[in-house]
Design a binder for this molecule. Structure first.
Ligand SMILES: [Mn+2]
Length: 326
């Protein structure tokens, strides 16, 4: 059986920076994924969380998802979804609840949603073991070893959404290694949360986000085509999209057919229409000054320079602070 493993759609990302374009960007992402499902799989789509970007989903964003999922349903495509941390509104309640109600009442027969609950869905001879995150990040379920212990059937495909030890992000940040990861017993682990596609166990993969959602993410995003006959070697396929590119303010060369973030002072400049964001340059501290600036502040300014999201910055700093205090 062949299926498409995707996650981290983040419908609604870039709503503020590209109000005119963000929704058509999401739509073209979903259309391109549909092409992959139809051409490269047996009509099975697995989405491992973070469908929406914020808790405040707009009517248009919700409608976009509903329109495509109902089309998939009519076409006989099986869509299997679990929520991610971005979908959570408060404990045991997510922005996908309306969808899970529709599906549980049998309105979309080919769409299966695990919303804030561990669930099992059978497709052919395979069991999709859905483990959505709960509200707390330190949820004991969010642990490969614990999930592994619950798996009895070797034809199990785990679908879950969490960051595992030692994983790499697009910004070049590595999560602490810790003890060895234990992705055992399942045929395949379809993971979401980390936006950079990578292997984390013999048959455990992050597919990454299908398109860039901010300028900290590198171009070259896509989905994984998983064949249950060779689960250790899923095939990465790129999804075409307009790239998000950072250009220095003093540049003479302005790339086209992309969305540009300009770095530096842009006063009195004639900018092309595809410039949608600005990033001020953070002044470099001289070496002597740096000594007096606490490590944690320097780290934050460094993460800023790398273009790391504010939310991610907070997460990383929290981790580092707790390591320094332990
Ligand atoms: Mn995500």
């Amino acid at each position: 059986m062949k299926f498409i493993h995707t996650a981290d759609w983040h419908i609604g990302a870039l709503r503020v920076k590209m109000p005119e374009d963000y929704l058509s960007r999401s739509e073209s992402m979903i259309k391109n994924i549909q092409v992959m499902v139809e051409n490269k799989s047996d009509g099975i789509l697995v989405i491992a969380g973070d469908i929406f970007h914020t808790k405040f989903v707009t009517e248009h964003e919700r409608l976009l998802l509903l329109e495509y999922l109902s089309t998939f349903d009519t076409l006989g495509i099986t869509t299997i979804i679990c929520n991610g941390n971005h979908d959570l509104i408060y404990p045991k309640f997510s922005t996908l609840r309306w969808l899970s109600v529709l599906c549980d009442k049998g309105k979309l027969k080919n769409v299966k949603v695990a919303d804030c609950k561990i669930r099992k869905f059978k497709v052919n001879e395979f069991t999709f073991f859905m483990v959505p995150p709960r509200f707390k990040k330190d949820d004991p379920r969010m642990n490969a070893s614990k999930i592994s212990k619950q798996i009895k059937d070797p034809n199990t495909i785990v679908v879950s959404h969490f960051a595992t030890q030692g994983v790499k992000t697009d910004n070049g940040y590595n999560l602490p290694k810790g003890s060895r990861r234990k992705f055992h017993n399942a045929l395949y682990w379809a993971l979401g949360d980390i936006h950079l596609s990578q292997k984390v166990g013999k048959t455990a993969w992050y597919c990454g986000s299908p398109v860039q959602h901010n300028w900290g993410e590198k171009p070259g995003k896509g989905v994984l085509v998983v064949d249950t006959n060779r689960p250790s070697r899923p095939k990465f396929v790129e999804i075409p999209s307009k790239h998000l590119i950072t250009v220095k303010g003093d540049s003479k060369d302005w790339p086209e057919n992309c969305h540009i973030r300009v770095e530096g002072d842009m006063a009195n400049k004639n900018l092309p229409d595809n410039v949608v964001d600005f990033q001020p340059v953070i002044e470099q501290q001289s070496n002597d000054d740096t000594k007096d600036v606490p490590f944690i502040n320097r780290l934050q300014s460094h993460l800023n320079t790398l273009g790391v999201d504010r939310k991610d910055q907070k997460r990383y700093l929290k981790t580092i602070k707790s390591i320094l205090q332990s």
